[in-house]
Design a protein around this ligand. Structure first.
Ligand code: NAD
Length: 319
């Protein structure tokens, strides 16, 4: 088995469950690298492009786990993660599976419960959430935050190298999840505060493209100013590939962990409120870059870049 994972044999099928915004490009990279894939998603449409490229379609997560020793999952919510791991038709009831590599963000508690449930069946749980967005998933440049035994990490490195850069953050299941929540607190806060800063500058008469150029040459630069604003927000495309419901889920998990550790995170609490407002007012399934539209609200200002052309109903955000 370990030989197959180390890449000396690519004929051993790898399982993949959850072919969404992140799962599709990650699974696509495994196919590109020559791995045989068996896939499942509740939406049959989701897997179609992979099937057309030679992946085998399974009828359930359990079937995936009866065909592959190593199964990766990329699923939206903690509840779904737990059900897909431990439920009746879950990977835990597969006959062949030896390890589950969990790429989803589900929080440390679900990770601990799933690890325990799978261990009872002799299956190793590899806590392995990722960061870097859809673009990073396509390019194979994700940060992969792995918590499992060191020997298991070493064995899995060649496989994980296909999707990004693996970091061993500890042995205890849940530490990978905690690392991811810390990262996404920063990512969510950066997008929230950059949206407010851009609104302020635009209202005062600064030109949005100029502001982003200056911020990115100065000390205010961050992942939102360098990536989301130029690519998705200034062109008003709102297409980064991460839903607001998922960003809100991550902040909620993060604050729950802080509370259970007896910590008060003042800024994080305010950031979560703004994401909740975006969730309620703009919509949970909208792309998370629409937080800019939430911040603009009824101000009459649109933070619109040159690439977006002129606004159909409102004036450009300039004096
Ligand atoms: P998504 O909603 O686009 O994809 C999730 C996929 O899981 C969908 O195709 C859905 O049909 C499928 N699914 C749902 N329930 C299922 C079930 N019971 N069995 C099988 N498949 C099922 O979400 P995403 O954006 O791809 O995110 C996946 C995970 O990765 C989340 O935990 C998210 O927080 C995390 N993440 C996302 C990004 C991003 O930029 N999108 C970045 C890093 C981490």
């Amino acid at each position: 088995m370990s030989e197959a994972i180390q890449g000396s044999s690519l004929s051993e099928p790898i399982g993949f469950v959850g072919i969404g915004n992140m799962g599709a490009p990650m699974a696509g990279r495994l196919l590109d690298a020559g791995y045989a894939l068996v896939v499942f998603d509740v939406s049959s449409k989701a897997a179609a492009p992979l099937i057309a490229r030679g992946a085998r379609q399974a009828g359930s997560a359990a079937e995936v786990a009866s065909l592959a020793e190593t199964v990766l999952t990329s699923l939206p919510t903690p509840d779904i993660v737990e059900t897909v791991a431990l439920g009746e038709q879950g990977v835990g009831s597969g006959s062949r599976i030896r390890r589950l590599i969990e790429l989803s963000t589900s929080g440390p508690r679900v990770a601990a419960r799933v690890a325990q449930g799978l261990a009872a069946k002799g299956i190793t749980y590899v806590d392995s959430p990722v960061s870097g967005g859809v673009a990073g998933a396509r390019a194979g440049t994700l940060a992969v935050m792995v918590a499992c035994e060191r020997t298991e990490f070493d064995r899995l490195q060649p496989l994980l190298n296909v999707i990004g850069k693996p970091f061993h953050v500890g042995e205890r299941p849940g530490l990978g999840q905690m690392m991811k929540l810390v990262n996404n607190l920063l990512s969510g806060a950066a997008l929230a505060i950059t949206s407010e800063a851009m609104l302020l500058g635009a209202k005062a008469g600064l030109e949005p493209d100029t502001m982003i150029d200056v911020i990115n040459a100065g000390s205010g630069r961050n992942s939102a100013s360098q990536d989301k604003f130029p690519k998705s927000i200034l062109p008003r495309r709102f297409d980064a590939g991460f839903a607001t419901r998922l960003m809100f889920k991550d902040l909620k998990l993060c604050l729950e962990e802080a509370e259970s550790l007896g910590l008060t995170l003042w800024v994080a609490s305010a950031v979560r409120q703004l994401w909740l407002k975006t969730f309620n007012e703009i919509g949970p399934n909208e792309d998370f870059t629409t937080i800019m539209r939430c911040v603009e609200g009824s101000t009459g200002i649109e933070v619109r870049g040159r690439a977006a052309g002129s606004a159909p109903t409102q004036g450009r955000a300039r004096g």
